[in-house]
Design a protein around this ligand. Structure first.
Ligand code: ZN
Length: 339
């Protein structure tokens, strides 16, 4: 065999490997040329039979060709894999599948959805309002005049330009906005973001969600408030969870009460979660202070109403056993993927 034969042989092999139309043709070429009984393999095996002076050249040339064909084979296989031309349909059943990424709802969103659903079933409509508010809606019309000591209950972000606006410290301003534009009966819940100039820690975030509720009509009573809030607590925390009203103070409700649920962690015996009391505070509420009706043109002799407000993060933390509010805002997927 002369060196010319090698050139022709190499050209033929490269042509066949280079033009194989699919993985099957390529595999056939591999078997025919560099497989255990392939042409190159057989020629390599026959080298010892060649005249002694031809053996080095034959060995080098055939081994080089075998290496080249192996590389060409790999390159063509990658080409097929990339183009997806595994078979006539273009579908390669041997290609590993891709696991679809399924998104999840954020625990705050899930909790908001749960809260809204319970009150919608009780006949409440969802209302919304602006997050940048005037001092009038955020404070004055809610019976919190300037210099009222109650303003100290909310550390407030004020705007610089234009000056005098606030990032709402609660969703309560929406109560006023809705009552200004709608005659009783009014039965709304107001989900939304609120802002307070708090230093972030395990239980405080400068941005947080509230859900506000308001029901004003003739004959609305404190017993009706208690009934609605009990239904809510039982739906979110279990039908046998105990509840209690505890007297409180808010400028826009009179009388005011906070709703506690029995601590589900210790069953009421006292633990770290409930600070030993056996009870967990979940929201503030009360009968709408008649002073507010003067701001919206309602007749306090005719209508009564109740209102409540809750921190959505607080509810979510209790429901899901989260012990630090900051986890809800760090967007760490390792945390979020648990919900
Ligand atoms: Zn407890």
């Amino acid at each position: 065999m002369s060196s010319l034969d090698y050139k022709a042989l190499a050209a033929e092999a490269r042509q066949i490997f280079g033009t194989a139309a699919d993985e099957q043709e390529l595999e056939a070429a591999r078997v025919a040329w560099i497989g255990r009984k392939g042409r190159i393999t057989v020629l390599l095996r026959q080298i010892p039979e060649l005249p002694e002076d031809e053996r080095p050249l034959a060995g080098r040339t055939l081994n080089t060709l075998k290496g080249d064909l192996s590389s060409l084979l790999d390159a063509r296989l990658r080409e097929f894999a990339d183009s997806g031309a595994g078979d006539e349909t273009g579908f390669d059943i041997t290609h590993p599948g891709r696991t679809p990424f399924i998104g999840r709802l954020h625990p705050i969103t899930k909790t908001l959805d749960d809260i809204i659903e319970v009150f919608r079933e009780m006949g409440f409509d969802v209302a919304e309002g602006p997050e940048v508010e005037s001092e009038y809606y955020n404070f004055e019309a809610l019976n919190i005049p300037e210099h009222h000591p109650a303003r100290g209950m909310w550390d407030t972000f004020w705007t610089k330009s234009p000056p005098g606006l606030v990032l709402r410290t609660h969703t309560s301003p929406v109560q006023i906005r809705i009552m200004e534009n709608q005659k009783p009966p009014v039965r709304i819940i107001v989900p939304g973001r609120c802002y307070r100039a708090d230093t972030p820690d395990a239980t405080h975030s400068p941005v947080f969600y509230q859900v506000e509720g308001l029901y004003v009509d003739e004959g609305v009573s404190m017993a009706m408030l208690r009934g609605a809030l009990d239904t809510f607590a039982h739906r979110l925390f279990g039908s046998d969870v105990p509840t209690r009203f505890r007297p409180s103070y808010f400028p826009f409700t009179e009388p005011s009460a906070e709703l506690d649920i029995g601590c589900f962690q210790c069953g009421g015996n006292g633990c770290r979660l409930c600070k030993g009391s056996g009870w967990l505070e979940i929201l503030g509420s009360g009968m709408v202070n008649p002073e507010l009706y003067g701001f919206v043109g309602y007749d306090p002799e005719k209508v009564t109403g109740y209102a409540f407000g809750m921190g959505v993060e607080r509810i979510a933390m209790l429901k899901y056993g989260i012990d630090d509010i900051r986890l809800l805002y760090e967007n760490d997927l390792r945390f979020l993927e648990q919900f």
